[in-house]
Design a protein around this ligand. Structure first.
Ligand code: GCO
Ligand code: MG
Length: 447
């Protein structure tokens, strides 16, 4: 090629490059807007319903586009009546006419707008708005949210069920029923004679002596009973079933260290909430003493609580309550953070999360590589009539459906037919609250 030919060919290729760059830029511009303005938030309301007795709160966001709306779980059963005002008196005026497509921006706006933050109620309200915006985005894209999160990396979420009983034999029988359904993981809880248990019915035995007439708990007796349960469960259920247990923050820190250490021989899948959030520095002591895998997080409100435990690898499973931590936006960030440190997810899935919240967890479960396990709660017939499209539970797995967004529609008339009801204890109206739990001498302890 002579010099002139060389120059001609260089000019031709740079013209081609320029042309392709211009086409690329034009493409971006036309793709970015697609010629349509983003839909705007037209209304934010709260659906309060109790199809199974638990007070569920679901945020509904409607947009200025007919038929485009979304749902998000904001449930906080013990303070349920406070959610609606937090949403409608504060977040609604702030977010009306805001575009629905900027979820991160909207989340930061809502989070920062109270100045004081990171607490229950306000966090629940943000969780509901956040999940509703994700639902809307999925509906706009005509895709299930798991697609927006990167697509499935597993077909379904492995579940654990709650085996319980007043007596050890009842718990074992309950675990066997789960195993017969295909469950590979069961949480086992048992009552302790004469006292209030967590996660198990009370037996008929006479109440242990105490200086008061409120629910009574004695830690050492409960600890011994839990160990007897683990021993019987391994003997009767064999070695191929994964066993979990929830300590529910009821013990002193040194009792927690002892119980986790004594349970080591029974090879639990995890020991949950051995410590209360106030005592999390004690996780180092448990870690130094035994290999029992540890799960923590359902009471956490913010990164201040979960970050140190994850970065120092002091827990094996994070189990935050997605309808309390601020929704999917912070949940997917901390899940990715945990992946780097080898900490897996076990999101909190009790009966006091709505089916929308359960579905949000399933979408995360099937898209996060560091998924560990999912807590299972069955949905009764009434719940399935109110929430059409609940996660499908089969053979110990939960499945998302393939409809856009969370894939759930709410029958608002059916929801309204199941309003909140008040609960009382010893004549006191608790309105969903828990009342107190006391040691035999009368001292209040954590529930
Ligand atoms: C669990 C939890 C729940 C909580 C309940 C509080 O592990 O499932 O500990 O049972 O106690 O969500 O309302
Ligand atoms: Mg728990």
């Amino acid at each position: 090629m002579d010099r002139r030919e060389l120059i001609r060919s260089m000019m031709a290729s740079s013209a081609a490059l320029l042309a392709s760059k211009t086409a690329y830029a034009q493409n971006i511009v036309s793709n970015a807007g697609r010629g349509m303005a983003a839909p705007k938030i037209k209304d934010i309301s709260v659906i309060n319903t109790a199809p199974e007795g638990s007070r569920l709160c679901v945020v509904k966001i409607t947009t200025d586009q007919p038929g485009l709306y979304g749902y998000g779980c904001a449930t906080f059963t013990q303070r349920a009546d406070l959610i609606e005002p937090a949403v409608t008196k504060y977040l609604k005026p702030l977010l009306l006419n805001h575009p629905v497509d900027r979820i991160e921006d909207t989340w930061q706006m809502a989070y920062d707008s109270s100045y004081w933050k990171n607490g229950p109620v306000l966090n629940n309200a943000i969780s509901g708005v956040d999940q509703a915006l994700w639902d809307i985005k999925g509906r706009m894209a005509n895709m299930p949210i798991y697609e927006l999160l990167g697509g499935k990396c597993r077909e379904a979420a492995d579940l654990y069920g709650h085996a319980e009983g007043a007596e050890i034999a009842d718990t074992i029988a309950s675990a066997k029923r789960y195993m017969a359904q295909g469950f590979r993981h069961v949480r086992i809880q048992v009552g302790t004679p004469g006292m209030a248990g967590y996660g198990s019915p009370r037996g008929n035995q006479a109440r242990i002596p105490s200086l008061h007439d409120q629910p009574v708990f004695e830690r050492e007796a409960a600890k011994k009973r839990a160990l007897a349960l683990f021993e019987a469960a391994r003997k009767e259920l064999g070695d191929n079933i994964e066993l979990l247990h929830d300590m529910h923050e009821r013990y002193t820190p040194s009792q927690a260290v002892q119980l986790c250490k004594d349970a080591e021989q029974f090879r639990l899948f995890f020991m949950e909430d051995p410590l209360s959030p106030e005592d999390i520095e004690w996780f180092q002591n448990i870690r130094a003493q035994c290999t029992t895998p540890l799960a923590m997080g359902e009471l956490f409100n913010s990164p201040h609580e979960w970050t140190p435990l994850i970065k120092d690898r002091l827990i094996d499973f994070m189990r935050m309550h997605i309808s309390q931590m601020g929704g999917i936006t912070p949940a997917r960030k901390v899940a990715a953070f945990g992946e780097i440190f080898g900490v897996r997810t076990a999101w909190h899935g009790p009966g006091d999360v709505s089916p929308i919240g359960h579905m949000a967890m399933v979408h995360l479960d099937i898209t996060c590589t560091n998924f560990g396990i999912q807590e299972y709660t069955p949905f009764n017939q009434v719940s399935q009539e109110v929430f059409k499209g609940c996660p499908e539970m089969k053979g110990g797995y939960a499945y998302a459906n393939d409809r856009p967004g969370w894939g759930i529609e709410i029958d608002e008339k059916a929801a309204a037919a199941h309003p909140f009801r008040h609960n009382t204890r010893n004549g006191v109206d608790l309105n969903g609250g828990w009342g107190e739990l006391r040691l035999p001498d009368g001292q209040i302890i954590k529930q």
